[in-house]
Design a protein around this ligand. Structure first.
Ligand code: EZ4
Ligand code: CO
Length: 406
Protein backbone atom coordinates (compact mmCIF):
# COMPACT_ATOMS: atom_id res chain seq x y z
CA UNK A 1 0.00 0.00 0.00
CA UNK A 2 1.40 3.40 -0.96
CA UNK A 3 2.26 5.53 2.07
CA UNK A 4 0.02 8.51 2.80
CA UNK A 5 0.81 11.63 4.73
CA UNK A 6 -1.21 13.56 7.28
CA UNK A 7 -2.66 16.57 5.46
CA UNK A 8 -4.70 18.11 8.25
CA UNK A 9 -5.05 17.88 12.03
CA UNK A 10 -8.12 19.49 13.57
CA UNK A 11 -9.31 19.58 17.18
CA UNK A 12 -13.05 19.67 17.85
CA UNK A 13 -14.26 20.58 21.35
CA UNK A 14 -17.96 20.05 21.90
CA UNK A 15 -20.42 19.57 24.74
CA UNK A 16 -23.34 17.31 23.82
CA UNK A 17 -24.45 16.99 27.49
CA UNK A 18 -20.80 16.95 28.59
CA UNK A 19 -17.45 18.10 27.16
CA UNK A 20 -15.44 16.05 24.69
CA UNK A 21 -12.18 16.80 22.88
CA UNK A 22 -11.83 15.00 19.55
CA UNK A 23 -8.89 14.93 17.14
CA UNK A 24 -9.60 14.58 13.44
CA UNK A 25 -6.65 13.60 11.26
CA UNK A 26 -7.11 13.65 7.48
CA UNK A 27 -4.56 12.10 5.13
CA UNK A 28 -3.72 13.28 1.61
CA UNK A 29 -5.79 10.42 0.18
CA UNK A 30 -8.81 11.69 2.16
CA UNK A 31 -8.87 9.03 4.88
CA UNK A 32 -10.15 10.38 8.20
CA UNK A 33 -9.01 9.08 11.60
CA UNK A 34 -10.66 9.99 14.92
CA UNK A 35 -9.03 10.17 18.35
CA UNK A 36 -10.48 10.98 21.79
CA UNK A 37 -8.55 13.57 23.82
CA UNK A 38 -11.03 14.17 26.65
CA UNK A 39 -9.58 14.83 30.12
CA UNK A 40 -12.46 15.53 32.49
CA UNK A 41 -12.26 19.05 33.93
CA UNK A 42 -9.04 19.92 32.03
CA UNK A 43 -10.32 19.58 28.46
CA UNK A 44 -8.92 22.81 27.03
CA UNK A 45 -5.37 22.01 28.16
CA UNK A 46 -5.40 18.89 25.94
CA UNK A 47 -7.01 20.84 23.09
CA UNK A 48 -4.21 23.40 23.27
CA UNK A 49 -1.51 20.71 23.59
CA UNK A 50 -2.87 19.15 20.40
CA UNK A 51 -3.51 22.35 18.43
CA UNK A 52 -0.49 24.37 19.51
CA UNK A 53 2.17 21.69 19.98
CA UNK A 54 1.38 18.39 18.25
CA UNK A 55 -0.58 19.33 15.12
CA UNK A 56 2.32 21.28 13.57
CA UNK A 57 4.50 18.16 14.01
CA UNK A 58 1.90 15.86 12.49
CA UNK A 59 1.12 17.60 9.23
CA UNK A 60 3.35 16.07 6.55
CA UNK A 61 4.24 12.95 8.56
CA UNK A 62 3.65 9.47 7.17
CA UNK A 63 0.36 8.32 8.72
CA UNK A 64 1.31 4.64 8.76
CA UNK A 65 4.35 5.07 11.01
CA UNK A 66 2.43 4.79 14.27
CA UNK A 67 5.17 3.49 16.55
CA UNK A 68 7.70 5.98 15.25
CA UNK A 69 5.23 8.85 15.70
CA UNK A 70 4.50 7.66 19.25
CA UNK A 71 8.20 7.60 20.15
CA UNK A 72 8.80 10.93 18.43
CA UNK A 73 6.04 12.65 20.41
CA UNK A 74 6.89 10.91 23.72
CA UNK A 75 10.66 10.54 23.93
CA UNK A 76 11.17 13.45 21.60
CA UNK A 77 9.31 15.85 23.92
CA UNK A 78 11.84 15.65 26.78
CA UNK A 79 9.00 16.84 29.13
CA UNK A 80 7.06 13.67 28.65
CA UNK A 81 4.20 11.90 30.35
CA UNK A 82 1.51 13.39 32.57
CA UNK A 83 -2.25 13.25 32.07
CA UNK A 84 -2.46 16.15 29.59
CA UNK A 85 0.42 14.99 27.42
CA UNK A 86 -0.55 11.32 27.49
CA UNK A 87 -4.18 12.11 26.65
CA UNK A 88 -3.06 14.21 23.69
CA UNK A 89 -0.72 11.42 22.58
CA UNK A 90 -3.59 8.96 23.05
CA UNK A 91 -5.76 11.00 20.67
CA UNK A 92 -3.03 11.05 17.99
CA UNK A 93 -2.30 7.33 18.34
CA UNK A 94 -5.98 6.33 18.21
CA UNK A 95 -6.59 8.44 15.10
CA UNK A 96 -3.56 6.85 13.38
CA UNK A 97 -4.82 3.33 14.17
CA UNK A 98 -8.25 4.31 12.81
CA UNK A 99 -6.59 5.45 9.59
CA UNK A 100 -4.43 2.34 9.27
CA UNK A 101 -7.41 0.02 9.76
CA UNK A 102 -9.59 1.98 7.34
CA UNK A 103 -6.88 1.88 4.67
CA UNK A 104 -6.46 -1.87 5.26
CA UNK A 105 -10.25 -2.25 4.97
CA UNK A 106 -10.59 -4.14 8.28
CA UNK A 107 -11.96 -3.46 11.75
CA UNK A 108 -9.11 -2.41 14.05
CA UNK A 109 -9.14 -5.64 16.08
CA UNK A 110 -7.95 -7.52 12.96
CA UNK A 111 -4.70 -5.51 13.01
CA UNK A 112 -4.24 -6.23 16.73
CA UNK A 113 -4.20 -9.99 16.21
CA UNK A 114 -7.86 -10.75 15.57
CA UNK A 115 -10.61 -11.80 17.96
CA UNK A 116 -9.68 -13.71 21.11
CA UNK A 117 -13.32 -13.97 22.28
CA UNK A 118 -16.91 -13.60 21.11
CA UNK A 119 -17.75 -10.37 22.91
CA UNK A 120 -16.62 -7.92 25.55
CA UNK A 121 -18.13 -8.60 28.97
CA UNK A 122 -19.03 -5.28 30.57
CA UNK A 123 -20.13 -4.10 33.98
CA UNK A 124 -22.86 -1.58 34.57
CA UNK A 125 -23.41 0.95 37.36
CA UNK A 126 -26.07 0.71 40.03
CA UNK A 127 -26.49 3.67 42.34
CA UNK A 128 -29.01 4.97 44.86
CA UNK A 129 -29.51 7.41 47.69
CA UNK A 130 -30.41 4.49 49.99
CA UNK A 131 -29.50 0.81 50.07
CA UNK A 132 -33.01 -0.28 48.93
CA UNK A 133 -32.73 2.19 46.01
CA UNK A 134 -29.35 0.71 45.04
CA UNK A 135 -30.71 -2.84 45.28
CA UNK A 136 -33.61 -1.81 42.99
CA UNK A 137 -31.18 -0.22 40.53
CA UNK A 138 -29.01 -3.36 40.59
CA UNK A 139 -32.09 -5.46 39.81
CA UNK A 140 -32.92 -3.14 36.88
CA UNK A 141 -29.45 -3.69 35.39
CA UNK A 142 -29.65 -7.46 35.90
CA UNK A 143 -32.91 -7.42 33.98
CA UNK A 144 -31.18 -5.41 31.23
CA UNK A 145 -28.68 -8.28 30.85
CA UNK A 146 -25.69 -7.24 32.96
CA UNK A 147 -23.98 -10.07 34.85
CA UNK A 148 -21.51 -7.75 36.58
CA UNK A 149 -22.57 -4.56 38.34
CA UNK A 150 -20.78 -1.85 40.28
CA UNK A 151 -22.74 -0.92 43.41
CA UNK A 152 -22.45 2.54 45.01
CA UNK A 153 -24.73 4.22 47.51
CA UNK A 154 -24.98 7.41 49.51
CA UNK A 155 -23.35 7.12 52.93
CA UNK A 156 -25.18 8.69 55.87
CA UNK A 157 -22.88 11.21 57.52
CA UNK A 158 -21.23 12.29 54.26
CA UNK A 159 -22.46 14.80 51.70
CA UNK A 160 -22.19 13.88 48.03
CA UNK A 161 -20.72 10.37 48.15
CA UNK A 162 -18.91 9.22 45.03
CA UNK A 163 -20.84 7.39 42.33
CA UNK A 164 -24.46 8.29 43.13
CA UNK A 165 -26.45 9.72 40.24
CA UNK A 166 -29.43 12.03 40.11
CA UNK A 167 -32.40 9.62 39.73
CA UNK A 168 -33.21 8.96 36.08
CA UNK A 169 -30.04 10.60 34.76
CA UNK A 170 -26.82 9.18 33.33
CA UNK A 171 -24.19 9.30 36.11
CA UNK A 172 -21.75 12.13 35.52
CA UNK A 173 -19.92 13.66 38.47
CA UNK A 174 -18.65 16.76 36.66
CA UNK A 175 -20.76 19.88 36.93
CA UNK A 176 -20.83 23.20 35.14
CA UNK A 177 -20.13 26.40 37.01
CA UNK A 178 -17.44 28.82 38.03
CA UNK A 179 -16.03 26.58 40.81
CA UNK A 180 -16.08 22.82 41.51
CA UNK A 181 -18.80 21.49 43.80
CA UNK A 182 -17.58 20.56 47.27
CA UNK A 183 -18.52 17.34 49.05
CA UNK A 184 -17.98 16.25 52.66
CA UNK A 185 -16.32 12.90 53.28
CA UNK A 186 -16.25 10.87 56.51
CA UNK A 187 -14.32 7.59 56.44
CA UNK A 188 -15.75 5.95 59.60
CA UNK A 189 -19.34 6.25 58.26
CA UNK A 190 -18.28 4.80 54.93
CA UNK A 191 -16.45 1.84 56.49
CA UNK A 192 -19.56 1.02 58.57
CA UNK A 193 -22.06 1.46 55.76
CA UNK A 194 -20.45 -0.22 52.74
CA UNK A 195 -20.52 -3.84 54.00
CA UNK A 196 -24.28 -3.44 54.64
CA UNK A 197 -24.74 -2.55 50.97
CA UNK A 198 -23.00 -5.74 49.85
CA UNK A 199 -25.01 -7.75 52.36
CA UNK A 200 -28.34 -6.35 51.14
CA UNK A 201 -27.55 -6.94 47.47
CA UNK A 202 -26.49 -10.55 48.16
CA UNK A 203 -29.60 -11.17 50.28
CA UNK A 204 -31.99 -9.75 47.70
CA UNK A 205 -30.32 -10.75 44.44
CA UNK A 206 -28.25 -13.81 45.24
CA UNK A 207 -24.71 -14.91 44.54
CA UNK A 208 -24.55 -15.30 40.74
CA UNK A 209 -24.02 -11.63 40.06
CA UNK A 210 -20.47 -10.23 40.05
CA UNK A 211 -20.35 -7.20 42.35
CA UNK A 212 -17.83 -4.38 41.97
CA UNK A 213 -17.27 -1.31 44.12
CA UNK A 214 -15.26 1.89 43.58
CA UNK A 215 -13.63 3.41 46.68
CA UNK A 216 -12.32 6.32 44.59
CA UNK A 217 -8.93 6.73 46.27
CA UNK A 218 -10.30 7.76 49.68
CA UNK A 219 -8.78 5.37 52.20
CA UNK A 220 -5.43 4.82 53.87
CA UNK A 221 -3.84 1.38 53.32
CA UNK A 222 -4.99 0.24 56.78
CA UNK A 223 -8.56 1.44 56.18
CA UNK A 224 -8.54 -0.24 52.77
CA UNK A 225 -7.47 -3.51 54.38
CA UNK A 226 -10.33 -3.17 56.88
CA UNK A 227 -12.84 -2.60 54.07
CA UNK A 228 -11.44 -5.53 52.10
CA UNK A 229 -11.78 -7.89 55.08
CA UNK A 230 -15.31 -6.69 55.83
CA UNK A 231 -16.60 -7.39 52.29
CA UNK A 232 -14.55 -10.53 51.49
CA UNK A 233 -17.40 -12.79 52.63
CA UNK A 234 -19.70 -11.25 49.98
CA UNK A 235 -17.33 -12.42 47.25
CA UNK A 236 -16.65 -9.08 45.50
CA UNK A 237 -15.41 -9.13 41.90
CA UNK A 238 -13.15 -6.19 42.78
CA UNK A 239 -12.53 -3.22 45.03
CA UNK A 240 -11.39 -0.33 42.88
CA UNK A 241 -8.92 2.41 43.79
CA UNK A 242 -8.90 1.79 47.56
CA UNK A 243 -6.04 4.29 48.09
CA UNK A 244 -4.62 7.21 46.05
CA UNK A 245 -3.36 5.52 42.87
CA UNK A 246 0.00 7.23 42.56
CA UNK A 247 1.37 5.36 45.61
CA UNK A 248 2.00 1.90 44.20
CA UNK A 249 3.69 0.65 47.37
CA UNK A 250 0.50 1.16 49.44
CA UNK A 251 -0.81 -1.95 47.71
CA UNK A 252 1.85 -4.13 49.31
CA UNK A 253 0.19 -3.54 52.69
CA UNK A 254 -3.39 -3.95 51.40
CA UNK A 255 -2.50 -7.11 49.49
CA UNK A 256 -0.96 -8.69 52.57
CA UNK A 257 -4.11 -8.04 54.62
CA UNK A 258 -7.04 -9.01 52.39
CA UNK A 259 -7.93 -11.45 49.63
CA UNK A 260 -10.50 -9.03 48.12
CA UNK A 261 -9.55 -8.62 44.43
CA UNK A 262 -8.09 -5.17 43.68
CA UNK A 263 -8.31 -2.95 40.61
CA UNK A 264 -6.61 0.35 39.89
CA UNK A 265 -5.26 2.51 37.12
CA UNK A 266 -7.95 4.78 35.68
CA UNK A 267 -5.93 7.89 36.59
CA UNK A 268 -2.55 6.36 35.68
CA UNK A 269 -1.20 7.15 32.27
CA UNK A 270 1.96 5.17 31.63
CA UNK A 271 3.52 1.76 32.05
CA UNK A 272 5.83 3.24 34.71
CA UNK A 273 2.81 4.11 36.85
CA UNK A 274 1.69 0.49 36.99
CA UNK A 275 5.06 -1.28 36.84
CA UNK A 276 5.32 -2.17 40.55
CA UNK A 277 1.62 -3.01 40.79
CA UNK A 278 1.98 -5.51 37.97
CA UNK A 279 5.41 -7.01 38.52
CA UNK A 280 4.70 -7.60 42.24
CA UNK A 281 1.17 -8.86 41.42
CA UNK A 282 -0.31 -6.28 43.81
CA UNK A 283 -3.54 -5.87 41.82
CA UNK A 284 -5.79 -8.26 39.92
CA UNK A 285 -7.01 -5.80 37.28
CA UNK A 286 -5.35 -2.86 35.57
CA UNK A 287 -7.78 -0.09 34.58
CA UNK A 288 -5.68 2.15 32.31
CA UNK A 289 -7.40 3.37 29.15
CA UNK A 290 -6.73 4.14 25.52
CA UNK A 291 -7.56 7.82 25.98
CA UNK A 292 -5.52 8.62 29.09
CA UNK A 293 -2.61 6.18 28.68
CA UNK A 294 -1.17 7.13 25.32
CA UNK A 295 -3.51 5.34 22.93
CA UNK A 296 -3.75 1.78 21.64
CA UNK A 297 0.03 1.50 21.20
CA UNK A 298 0.94 2.21 24.82
CA UNK A 299 -2.08 0.51 26.42
CA UNK A 300 -1.23 -2.67 24.52
CA UNK A 301 2.25 -2.46 26.04
CA UNK A 302 0.77 -2.13 29.55
CA UNK A 303 -1.60 -5.05 28.95
CA UNK A 304 1.20 -7.25 27.62
CA UNK A 305 3.25 -6.58 30.77
CA UNK A 306 0.15 -7.42 32.83
CA UNK A 307 -0.26 -10.67 30.89
CA UNK A 308 3.23 -11.75 31.84
CA UNK A 309 2.26 -11.50 35.55
CA UNK A 310 -1.27 -12.91 35.37
CA UNK A 311 -2.93 -9.50 35.82
CA UNK A 312 -6.08 -8.98 33.79
CA UNK A 313 -7.58 -5.84 32.28
CA UNK A 314 -10.60 -3.83 33.38
CA UNK A 315 -10.44 -0.57 31.47
CA UNK A 316 -12.14 2.56 32.71
CA UNK A 317 -15.24 3.39 30.66
CA UNK A 318 -17.12 6.25 32.31
CA UNK A 319 -19.19 8.72 30.27
CA UNK A 320 -16.32 11.21 30.15
CA UNK A 321 -14.55 8.82 27.78
CA UNK A 322 -16.07 9.56 24.39
CA UNK A 323 -17.56 6.93 22.06
CA UNK A 324 -14.29 7.23 20.08
CA UNK A 325 -12.16 5.84 22.91
CA UNK A 326 -14.85 3.36 23.95
CA UNK A 327 -14.77 1.99 20.40
CA UNK A 328 -10.97 1.78 20.49
CA UNK A 329 -11.14 0.00 23.88
CA UNK A 330 -13.49 -2.62 22.46
CA UNK A 331 -11.13 -3.49 19.60
CA UNK A 332 -8.22 -3.91 22.02
CA UNK A 333 -10.37 -5.81 24.55
CA UNK A 334 -11.44 -8.23 21.82
CA UNK A 335 -7.88 -8.99 20.73
CA UNK A 336 -5.80 -9.30 23.92
CA UNK A 337 -5.35 -12.64 25.72
CA UNK A 338 -5.72 -11.28 29.28
CA UNK A 339 -8.98 -9.35 29.01
CA UNK A 340 -10.91 -9.21 32.30
CA UNK A 341 -13.91 -6.92 32.02
CA UNK A 342 -14.76 -3.53 30.52
CA UNK A 343 -16.56 -0.70 32.33
CA UNK A 344 -19.58 0.53 30.40
CA UNK A 345 -21.90 3.41 31.06
CA UNK A 346 -24.15 4.29 28.15
CA UNK A 347 -23.75 7.87 26.93
CA UNK A 348 -26.71 10.21 26.66
CA UNK A 349 -28.86 10.06 23.51
CA UNK A 350 -27.43 13.40 22.37
CA UNK A 351 -23.82 12.23 22.81
CA UNK A 352 -24.70 9.13 20.77
CA UNK A 353 -26.13 11.33 17.99
CA UNK A 354 -22.99 13.49 17.88
CA UNK A 355 -20.81 10.34 17.73
CA UNK A 356 -22.63 7.85 15.46
CA UNK A 357 -21.14 4.41 16.10
CA UNK A 358 -21.60 0.78 15.23
CA UNK A 359 -20.74 -0.89 18.55
CA UNK A 360 -23.69 -2.48 20.27
CA UNK A 361 -24.73 -3.93 23.63
CA UNK A 362 -26.46 -7.32 23.89
CA UNK A 363 -26.92 -9.68 26.89
CA UNK A 364 -24.23 -8.10 29.03
CA UNK A 365 -21.65 -7.89 26.23
CA UNK A 366 -20.47 -5.13 23.92
CA UNK A 367 -19.50 -5.86 20.34
CA UNK A 368 -17.36 -3.53 18.22
CA UNK A 369 -18.54 -2.49 14.77
CA UNK A 370 -17.44 -4.68 11.88
CA UNK A 371 -16.78 -1.79 9.51
CA UNK A 372 -13.16 -0.80 8.68
CA UNK A 373 -11.40 1.23 11.37
CA UNK A 374 -12.84 2.03 14.79
CA UNK A 375 -16.43 2.20 13.56
CA UNK A 376 -17.21 5.58 15.12
CA UNK A 377 -17.58 9.05 13.64
CA UNK A 378 -18.21 12.63 14.71
CA UNK A 379 -21.09 14.64 13.26
CA UNK A 380 -19.25 17.95 13.02
CA UNK A 381 -22.35 20.05 12.19
CA UNK A 382 -24.25 18.75 15.20
CA UNK A 383 -21.16 19.09 17.41
CA UNK A 384 -20.90 22.76 16.42
CA UNK A 385 -24.33 23.36 17.95
CA UNK A 386 -23.05 22.21 21.35
CA UNK A 387 -19.97 24.30 22.23
CA UNK A 388 -17.68 23.81 25.24
CA UNK A 389 -19.13 24.60 28.69
CA UNK A 390 -16.84 25.05 31.65
CA UNK A 391 -17.22 22.15 34.09
CA UNK A 392 -15.21 20.61 36.92
CA UNK A 393 -15.14 17.39 38.90
CA UNK A 394 -16.04 17.89 42.58
CA UNK A 395 -13.55 18.52 45.38
CA UNK A 396 -13.88 16.58 48.67
CA UNK A 397 -13.23 17.91 52.17
CA UNK A 398 -13.30 16.27 55.58
CA UNK A 399 -15.71 17.57 58.23
CA UNK A 400 -13.08 19.98 59.54
CA UNK A 401 -12.55 21.45 56.07
CA UNK A 402 -9.33 19.60 55.14
CA UNK A 403 -9.11 18.83 51.40
CA UNK A 404 -9.33 15.04 50.82
CA UNK A 405 -9.13 12.78 47.75
CA UNK A 406 -12.40 12.91 45.84
O1 EZ4 B 1 -14.87 9.40 38.56
O2 EZ4 B 1 -14.52 9.15 35.03
O3 EZ4 B 1 -14.78 4.12 37.70
N1 EZ4 B 1 -15.14 5.16 37.30
C1 EZ4 B 1 -14.82 6.35 37.83
C2 EZ4 B 1 -15.32 7.56 37.08
C3 EZ4 B 1 -14.49 8.79 37.36
C4 EZ4 B 1 -14.66 9.79 36.26
C5 EZ4 B 1 -13.64 10.91 36.41
O4 EZ4 B 1 -13.53 11.67 35.25
O5 EZ4 B 1 -14.17 6.41 38.85
O6 EZ4 B 1 -16.67 7.78 37.34
CO1 CO C 1 -13.21 4.54 39.23
Amino acid sequence: MAPVRIAEARVIVCSPDRNFVTLKLTTDDGTVGWGDGTLNGRELAVASYLTDHLSPLLVGREAGRIEDTWQYLYRGAYWRGGPVGMTALGAVDTALWDIKAKRAGVPLYELLGGRSRDGIRVYGHATGATIPDTVADTRRLMEAGFSAIRIQTDTPGTQGAYGVSVPGQVYDPSAGGHLPQETVWHTPSYLRHTPTLFEAVREELGWELDLLHDVHHRLSPREAAQLGRSVERFNPFWLEDPTPAEDQTAYRYIRAQTTAPLATGEVLNSIWGVQTLITERLVDYVRATVVHAGGVTHLRRIFDLAHLYGVRTGSHGATDLSPVSLAAALHLDLAIPNFGIQEYMAHTALTDRVFPHGYRFADGYLHPADEPGLGVHLDEDLAAHHPYERAYLPVARLRDGTVHDW
